[in-house]
Write a protein of this length. Structure first.
Length: 564
């Protein structure tokens, strides 16, 4: 591949690499995730630097992975007197191609799609972009194989100009960003190993996940100094099942689930107030009852979960907020059900019955303690459930655990049990209480201003990359005590989702996002804007790398002198 790249301009290198990578099917959950890492290894292995230093290029197998995913690492050594290191990282998996419909067989062909969209009248914006020649189409074009292409081109550049580096570069390519994040979490142990062996100081990671217009006519380029975190709060709802001929005496868990969804879904009152940031509300991702076939009995239980972004809040704050909201929802549901039953008695003339309308709300951790007080061996129930489960969906396994515990509950009262399930993504951002973070932010601002003056691009620096990104796993701000409310209410996290929290805390790597620019990520009209993504962005990352490594070295020398 080097023979094809070395005579091209930087911009043409990125374009050629992007088209090549888009042509590979690496849909999340398929063997293509491993094959594309093999191809990237082949590409990098052709570079003169890695022919000379083969030990600086290696593949890590992701342990216990169902499809044998791999991570790829490439190390470029600059000034040998400096341990300062910047990480470049990108994911190579994509979402599926079902949305392409009849064009599925062309989903990985940039040229075919560009030609198709030039005559496509279903969306004039897409047609205009296709006709301009400035956009490259295809699944993964913007999310985010173009980002990987930028990193490869810059690794090639710096491997040929190591004298510009007052430190080192470490490239990381991984998969499963669109799923359970197995790639980046496995990479943490390798980052720790490399840090110890080479005594590296990871000052910064640069991700280049895609950025996009935030409103019609928005031409600004957003740079993010951190990324949002994510919780997945889940609700197991146990009701009082009845025949439909006696429906007024029941407590329907689907009704409660619907009321919780109505209360929480897209509710901006539950979002954090952070000026000038794109802050998103909770979103319901799943809602269903436990019935597998048609009957005239109401459901005994219902399940739902939400995507819940966290920016500066802690898991404990979110848990308390959700418990309070759910208790209010259930109190309203109790009043409604009781009122309808009273109307039923008035209409039918039937005598009253001694029925409870109470719907208890509890957290998973508190429920475990309650069951244990009844003498129930909760750990045995959980382990038996895990042993018998053949479900590959970790969320469903968590629901199976809670359902098994509820089956052993002697009280069988109507209740909502709130817990957390995978994935959990920590928020990773530059806290301005830290002097190093303030200096880093200031340096980035200066770099952006200089590139803006040179190129005419309009940069806007923001705090949180508003979507999910692997950079979340490079640092964690919560202390052990602040994590307890999460882990205490996360069914068997150490078996189902064993994040190495101590390793993340030790690494403590800020992750900024300088992303490729495009439109319609995760849609069949996905496309990347070439003039910025293939020309301006690679140079921006180069300038950032050179300047920040100089700053880190100065800071390190200053600290050494200060301690002497």
């Amino acid at each position: 591949m080097y023979q094809q790249l070395h005579s091209l301009s930087l911009e043409k290198q990125v374009e050629a690499l992007t088209k090549h990578l888009v042509s590979f099917n690496s849909i999340n959950g398929t063997e293509g995730e491993a094959r594309i890492i093999d191809e990237l290894y082949r590409i990098l292995k052709s570079f003169p630097y890695f022919k000379q230093h083969p030990e600086h290029l290696w593949v890590q197998t992701v342990p216990n992975d169902p499809i044998n995913r791999k991570n790829l690492f490439a190390f470029v050594e600059g000034n040998k007197d400096s341990t300062s290191t910047i990480i470049y990282h990108s994911h190579l998996d994509t979402v599926g191609i079902e949305d392409f419909g009849l064009l599925k067989e062309h989903a990985f062909s940039s040229e075919t799609l560009e030609e198709y969209f030039q005559t496509y009248e279903g969306n004039l914006d897409v047609q205009t972009d296709a006709k301009s020649g400035d956009w490259l189409f295809g699944r993964g074009s913007v999310d985010m194989k173009s980002g990987a292409a930028v990193h490869i081109a810059n690794i090639l550049y710096f491997s040929q100009h190591t004298d510009l580096l007052e430190g080192n570069l470490l490239l990381l390519f991984n998969g499963d960003e669109e799923g359970e994040h197995r790639g980046i979490t496995a990479a943490l142990t390798e980052l720790e190993r490399l840090q110890q062996e080479k005594q590296l100081h990871y000052h910064l990671a640069i991700n280049n996940d895609f950025i996009t217009p935030l409103y019609d006519g928005d031409n600004q380029r957003y740079i993010y100094t951190g990324t949002a975190g994510k919780l997945l709060p889940c609700f197991y709802i146990y009701g009082r099942e009845v025949h439909v001929g006696d429906t007024l005496s029941g407590i329907d868990p689907n009704f409660i689930a619907a009321q919780i969804t109505r209360r929480l879904h897209n509710n901006y009152k539950l979002t954090e107030i952070i000026p000038d940031e794109l802050v998103l509300p909770p979103t319901c991702l799943y809602q269903r009852d436990n019935k597998n076939s048609y009957t005239v009995q109401t459901a005994t239980s219902s399940q739902l979960y939400f995507n819940y972004f966290i920016y500066e809040s802690t898991p404990e704050e979110v848990l308390e907020r959700l418990l309070a909201e759910t208790r209010e929802v259930c109190k309203e549901a109790e009043e409604y059900l009781k009122e309808q039953f009273q109307h039923y008695l008035l209409v039918t003339g039937l005598p009253s019955r001694d029925l409870s309308w109470e719907i208890e709300v509890t957290s998973y951790g508190d429920y475990i303690e309650e069951l244990q007080q009844h003498g129930i061996n909760t750990e045995a129930i959980i382990q038996d459930t895990l042993k018998q489960s053949n479900n590959s969906d970790l969320r469903e396994v968590c629901f199976e655990i809670v359902a098994a515990l509820q089956e052993m509950d002697p009280e069988k009262k109507a209740r909502v049990i709130l817990f957390f399930a995978p994935p959990f993504l920590p928020h990773n951002y530059l806290k301005q209480t830290n002097e190093q973070n303030r200096q880093l932010q200031s340096s980035i601002e200066v770099i952006l201003q200089n590139v803006q003056d040179e190129t005419g691009e309009q940069f806007v620096l923001k705090k949180f990359f508003p979507y999910l990104a692997d950079g979340s796993f490079l640092s964690i701000h919560e202390t052990d005590d602040e994590l307890k409310p999460l882990l205490h209410n996360f069914p068997k996290w150490e078996q189902l989702y064993p994040l190495p929290y101590d390793t993340i805390r030790k690494l403590n790597i800020p992750s900024i996002n300088m992303g490729v620019y495009g439109k319609d990520g995760h849609k069949w009209t996905e496309r990347v804007y070439k003039p910025y993504s293939f020309h301006v962005l690679p140079l921006l990352i180069q300038k950032t790398t050179i300047q920040l490594l100089k700053d880190f070295k100065k800071s390190s020398n200053h600290e050494t002198v200060h301690h002497m």
